[in-house]
Design a binder for this molecule. Structure first.
Ligand code: C5P
Length: 298
């Protein structure tokens, strides 16, 4: 019997990203707000025999080998469970890659959540979180989705129960920013104090103008120095009517926030030479809805 499961792997943006300190292990402690969007990749998982893991990527040039984080997620699970089976992964890739939108991490988290259902094995939440962090700092967040405050490398997560009514315009100029190089160019030596991002977001719901001072991305200065076009896009987002604009992650995607979908779509016309997408904020994942989408066929 083949088990088939189709999963959404949403994109994320960072509503504020503070790099607090460099750690002895080479990673950085962060203070960031993650939020998933109602836009992303689609992943189809199908059981297959012999513990074989295969991966097909539609819509992008992405290696389907072990360098692919989704494949590594499946292998990490197999490494823990002798009764895990094989898996055929199909990724319909819509999230631009190396873009600060967490596409690879989201795909990996979808496999971590979905493959155990396809195989009929039970993986406890602590092990799932541990495997997620071993795959990448952003992967644990995608196990929960919605809006969350993140500390440490990104794995110390607190859900933020807030409905964000805004519309997001993503603008990606196709620049690939290497995250380690971006951290290096920020060159954090001392300590930076963490601000209260949750309070800043709450205040911004009542008064948008406070967001510009309350939510910053510490990568912007260094990454804009390397790629001035990104700073231009940010200014242009404001000129096009965004009430708030910021870089996501270490870039290169810039986003603007708008009151209405129409406003965001009108603004997107200003960025016709770039990849753009208008999205809304997404709901947190529910394991019940993931489990109910499984499809069993003979
Ligand atoms: O964890 P991930 O594989 O996504 O990290 C990629 C690189 O980004 C790390 O090797 C590290 O150089 C840098 N990084 C960091 N601090 C973090 C997350 C990532 O220094 N919190």
């Amino acid at each position: 019997m083949t088990q088939r499961l189709e999963l959404a792997a949403p994109a994320k943006i960072n509503l504020g990203l503070e790099i607090l300190r460099r750690r002895p292990d080479g990673f950085h402690d962060l203070n960031t707000l993650f939020a998933t969007l109602d836009f992303g990749d689609t992943i189809v998982l199908e059981s297959q025999g012999d513990r074989a893991i295969t991966c097909q990527v539609l819509g992008a040039e992405l290696a389907a080998d072990d360098s692919n984080l989704a494949v590594r997620a499946a292998r990490a699970l197999q490494g823990q469970f002798a009764d895990a089976g094989g898996l055929a992964i199909t990724i319909d890739k819509r999230i631009p890659m190396g873009a600060g939108l967490g596409g690879g991490s989201s795909d990996a988290a979808a496999v971590l959540m979905g493959a155990p259902l396809v195989w009929g094995i039970d993986v406890g939440a602590p092990l799932l979180r541990e495997l997620a962090l071993a795959l990448g700092s952003d992967v644990p967040f995608f196990l929960m989705g919605g809006v969350a405050l993140a500390g440490s490398r990104g794995e110390r997560l607190e859900r933020v129960d807030i409905d964000l009514p805004w519309h997001v315009l993503l603008v990606n100029p196709g620049i690939h920013v290497a995250t380690p190089a971006a951290f290096a160019s920020v060159g954090r030596t001392g300590e930076r104090t963490a601000s209260d991002l949750r309070a800043a977001l709450g205040a911004g719901l009542a008064d948008h103008t406070t967001l510009r001072t309350g939510l910053v991305n510490d990568f912007e200065e260094a990454v804009f120095a390397m790629y001035p076009e990104l700073g231009h896009i940010k200014r242009h987002l404001y000129e096009a009517g965004a009430f708030f604009a910021l870089m996501s992650g270490s870039g290169s995607t810039m986003f603007g926030l708008f009151e209405t979908r129409e406003d965001a779509e009108r603004a997107s016309a200003h960025f016709a030479r770039y990849w753009t997408k208008v999205a809304a904020f997404g709901a947190a994942h529910s394991s019940a809805s993931i489990a109910s989408s499984i499809d069993r066929s003979e």
